[in-house]
Design a protein around this ligand. Structure first.
Ligand SMILES: Cc1cc2nc3c(=O)[nH]c(=O)nc-3n(C[C@H](O)[C@H](O)[C@H](O)COP(=O)(O)OP(=O)(O)OC[C@H]3O[C@@H](n4cnc5c(N)ncnc54)[C@H](O)[C@@H]3O)c2cc1C
Length: 419
């Protein structure tokens, strides 16, 4: 079967690209090895960053410059004013709080505006603070960064394109290449004996951490990907709905986002520096440190009735000197293969716009009517949507279990590093 474009991987990047190419009358199919969004997208905190956290050192970094237009693009899509229409995606919040824990007069309010960011923080008076931040001695600000449910984003895009997606077994995949990175055909096989041959003009790898193995399958043997691991913390139970960053110094000490689990409990995901530095620790030590850290950044918080868990996940990105975070989207072009990492969820629209512009220019015979599309077999299984980490965590620990251990952590465990 001839196809204009075959996309591997249905996280935020692959699904948004499928949507965009379809709207551009390109005949694209998406192949998914697991459940859609497995890996990073369903594990993400869902914040549509506007660049502020990349200006905390007092400089307009390349990262901040590349991301600053994104909140406007997302807002238009989430409001249904531009394509893709994401008005059905569940928003967790239209803003985040930003706070410091020291009592120094803060530059928070000036950052952002100074660098021309489209979302910049507005100071919040003591009376207007959320209950949770009442006891914080430092400055509190509101930041109009939206927070979305990433599962809902995946569900929405997947529902729209069910007929253009196939579940695959990566062990039963055969690539036939004319040269390294120049794919002639892809053969898919299934245990029940079904098989399908796809002959693409272009192949796009948006498989996150799966990109590395896919590249080797098409003879692109030089490693192009790095992983930066995180050890994220989760709390569930009697907690307020809250989204915010504690930004002492140039570092984000913790980032908290909330959702509601299938049993109706509030769940907090806690990331930031704590998740980066906790990679070396076992889950129990990570929780003990996280408890101490949350008590320190949110004085007076009552955690006595919550349960705790952690999850580990790698950020998959293009390889950078010294393993640093790429400053913007990363796209590699070799033969008829494109390998892409958005670096951030917030940057997915930019990644997709760049790839789609290129493909629209280069794909020959762009369709003039949908009747020209050869339909994929209807009886071939379609991928489902991955569950968020709080629905799959195997072990939750009571607060009393963590509190005993946390009390033994006598020194502050997180010392903000110089950037
Ligand atoms: C804990 C965490 C929190 C984050 N929070 C934020 C945030 O708040 N804001 C933000 O902007 N960014 C955030 N990010 C970054 C963001 O999540 C990622 O940049 C983005 O989700 C990457 O999307 P993706 O589609 O490229 O990859 P992924 O989401 O990893 O999706 C890859 C897809 O490819 C599939 N796949 C894998 N191998 C194969 C194969 N061989 N064949 C076919 N399919 C395959 C996977 O099953 C999956 O569906 C966070 C990341 C992490 C890890």
């Amino acid at each position: 079967m001839d196809k204009d474009v075959v996309i591997f991987g249905g996280g935020a990047a692959g699904l948004w690209l499928l949507d965009e190419l379809t709207r551009c009358s390109i005949d694209a199919v998406l192949l998914e090895a697991n459940a859609l969004g497995t890996g990073q997208t369903v594990a993400a905190q869902g914040i549509i960053h506007g660049g502020l956290k990349y200006t905390l050192q007092g400089l307009l970094t390349k990262s901040a410059a590349s991301i600053r237009e994104m909140p406007i693009i997302w807002r238009d899509c989430l409001d249904g004013r531009s394509e893709p229409d994401l008005s059905g995606v569940r928003r967790r919040s239209d803003e985040c709080f930003l706070w410091r824990t020291d009592s120094l007069s803060s530059r928070l309010g000036m950052l952002g505006a100074q660098f021309g960011l489209r979302v910049s923080p507005q100071s919040v008076t003591s009376d207007d603070r959320p209950e949770l931040l009442r006891g914080c001695p430092g400055t509190v600000a509101r930041l109009p960064e939206q927070v979305i449910s990433t599962v809902s984003l995946i569900e929405m895009l997947a529902t729209r394109h069910r007929e253009r997606m196939l579940q695959i077994d990566p062990q039963q995949l055969e690539f036939e290449c004319r040269a390294a990175g120049d794919v002639n055909s892809i053969r898919l096989h299934r245990d029940d004996g079904q098989s399908l041959e796809l002959r693409p003009q272009y192949v796009v790898f948006t498989a996150g951490a799966g990109n590395s193995a896919l590249r080797r399958s098409v003879q692109l043997n030089q490693e192009a990907m790095q992983r930066r691991p995180l050890h994220m913390v989760m709390l569930r139970g009697s907690l307020p709905d809250f989204q915010g960053h504690c930004v002492d110094g140039a570092k984000t000490r913790v980032t908290i986002t909330s959702d509601v689990d299938s049993a109706g409990r509030t769940v907090w995901q806690v990331g930031g520096q704590i998740a980066e530095e906790g990679v070396a620790w076992d889950d129990f030590t990570q929780l003990a440190n996280a408890r101490k850290e949350l008590m320190s950044v949110l004085p007076g918080i009552d955690l006595s009735s919550v349960e705790w868990s952690t999850y580990r996940v790698d950020r998959a990105e293009a390889i950078m000197p010294g393993g640093k975070r790429p400053e913007t989207v990363q796209i590699r072009r070799e033969g008829n293969c494109i390998t892409a990492w958005p670096t951030k969820l917030a940057l997915v629209p930019q990644l997709v716009a760049e790839i789609a512009t290129e493909l629209v220019e280069h794909v020959s015979n762009v369709l003039t009517s949908t009747s020209q599309v050869e339909a994929l077999p209807h009886d071939w299984p379609r991928p489902s949507v991955a569950l968020p980490p709080w629905e799959t965590a195997e072990r939750w620990r009571s607060d009393s279990e963590i509190a005993i251990s946390s009390a033994r952590v006598s020194q502050p465990t997180l010392v903000p590093k110089a950037a």
